[in-house]
Write a protein that binds this ligand. Sequence first.
Ligand code: AHG
Ligand code: MN
Ligand code: MN
Length: 340
Amino acid sequence: MATKRFMTLPRHIMEGEKLHPEATGELSAILLQLSLAAKLISLEVNKAGLVEILGFTGDENVHGEKVKKLDIYAHEMLIKAMDHGGYFCVMASEEEEDIIHLPPHHKIGKYVLLFDPLDGSSNIDANISIGTIFSIYKRISPGNGPGTLQDCLQPGFQQVVAGYVVYGSSTMLVYTSGHGHGVHGFTLDPAFGEFLLSHDDIKIPNQGRIYSLNEGNYFTWPLGLKNYIKYLQSNLFDGKPYQARYVGSMVADIHRTLLYGGIFIYPGDKRNPKGKLRLMYECNPMAFIMEEAGGRATDGKKRILEIQPTGLHERTPVFIGSMKDVLLVEKYLREGQDRY
Ligand code: AHG
Ligand code: MN
Ligand code: MN
């Protein structure tokens, strides 16, 4: 899957544009702007620990600037990077209760941007991989004025672009424009600050050997899920049971699942029937990517991408990864008949 061609993100996008005459060039510009924001956030992520160690005051650093919590920093960085290109009519962020309108004097565009500026925040201080997730739609409300909540509450199959950035041992940007155009991964070369194509046309294995979920919640799981996990642990696959891996940052767990295969699960349970992960800026973009890579993503019954959203921050159970693994957990959940 790793590719040798020296292909930068801008060149890859331009070449992609030639293949799709309907492309207006705006999506290319959006992706490039997002990659700029990713570089700036990556810089901050990589020195976050330093800030802690050097003990800059919680409120001000040596330059007299406010030292912001990383997820607020990432939130503001993304808005600053994306609010002036004339691409969007409205935005929405995990960090903002309501939709985000563009500043009044800015040109209004025809796209909608939803994002989780910093995913895995609880892992920041332990220097564990975290990420950013983004999801782009075309506006559906009439006219050319500011976008509306209706523009932000579209089912996931309407996405035009979805992607994530994982700030790990290296910084990688992974995106897809769907419709058979493939999923492509770019690794940031810090030497000259370019994202280079490192994973061309990523396809997830049809079955994996890794399952990923927070087993601390075992006693609140539905019966079918308990039986499924017991099956993975008590049977041999190529001579050994499935392995458990759980980072606790969705972006990191999904990235590993995409590359190695297997299944990531954040289920609904007795306490939270809808689970924890947000439909609009976590599950929908990841489902769009996973299906484009040949995988599957459901809420245990229904495709994530077909859920009609009713709220900007609504949550959904999510079972996502290799086709065979997700189909099998759905079978166990059916047999469990929603019993606990
Ligand atoms: P965020 O930091 O954006 O709130 O997301 C955290 C999410 C997700 O990244 C991860 O999969 C999940 O929280 C982990 O939750 P648990 O700690 O409950 O397992
Ligand atoms: Mn998140
Ligand atoms: Mn977040």
